[in-house]
Ligand binder design. Sequence first.
Ligand SMILES: O=P(O)(O)O[C@H]1O[C@H](CO)[C@@H](O)[C@H]1O
Ligand SMILES: Nc1nc2[nH]cnc2c(=O)[nH]1
Length: 333
Amino acid sequence: MSKISKIIDTAVKVNGSIDKKLRLDKTDEQFYENHVVHTDNDKYTYESLTETASFLRKQVPFKPVIGIICGSGMGAYWNQGCLADALDGKIQFPYEVIPHFPRSTVKGHVGELVFGYLTGVPVVCMKGRFHYYEGYPLWKCAMPVRVMKLLGITHLIVSNAAGGLNPNFKVGDIMLVKDHINLMGFAGNNPLQGPNDDRFGPRFPPMNTAYSKELIIEAKKVAEELNMQDIIHEGVYTCLGGPNFETVAELKMLSMLGADTVGMSTVHEVITARHCDLTVFAFSLITNLCITNYKTASNPNHEEVIDVGKMRESVLQLFVQNIVTVIAKQANK
Ligand SMILES: O=P(O)(O)O[C@H]1O[C@H](CO)[C@@H](O)[C@H]1O
Ligand SMILES: Nc1nc2[nH]cnc2c(=O)[nH]1
């Protein structure tokens, strides 16, 4: 693993609260090696992830209770305007300064772990995530979930940008994920593959209750309060490896299988989260409609995914903020 030679710690005063950003003073020469080598021997041990968590804990004076993964539809690509930017008393760790952390390789992807307070609740946000199509195995894509668990979170909020397969969905709508289809798992690829460490969770974790029913009910209430009820749906997400978008025949098949949205993330994060007993809430922002006929000539593209995310920026922030408040209230009962 790479050595962190010197970390620069910049403190900036924003709106009366101190924001800290940590960065390396030089390029990490082992970046490429760290990104490319993925043998089974490289798999994270409980001990190595504990090292990562201790590094972060030493520099963050509070314990986050909720982890939030900000995907492509929630500002992972923006320097400003992501939910993570709105935290109070932020402490930001670019992924490259965190021991054992993978690097974001998607062009324009920010790649930061941001600690701070959201409506007074201590949280940790991933600004950008790791995808299988970047060349990372699923266990590596999902490793931050275990780090956040070791840091003390009890709940995980996962957002993703996804294609809408359900014909009732429109671009800009939000689907609360009630279940997923682990297609990559059907092909024998799973983030929990390999020796199981019982300190994280059981060898054979159940997945029939992966998404908290209670939080879905609460999220619907939040949506009504925010007058968002017309754009909220509930449904099934499925993840493909990417990076290409799907063919018409593939989308027809996925629709028959019962998928309502299609993306390239989330499932392996949720499996890892449930394995270590985190309560999970997830939603898809519908950034494009899946094309299930041969007459449509337009193509899905990543730019429209980002544009729709920007369009929904403020409403999604409010939505997540209110859900965080609900979770914190439940925890304090
Ligand atoms: O799932 P997130 O990271 O939100 O992003 C989705 O959007 C990207 C494709 O435009 C892919 O990364 C896909 O997974
Ligand atoms: N696989 C997949 N991922 C997406 N992310 C955003 N839109 C899409 C899509 O249509 N398909």
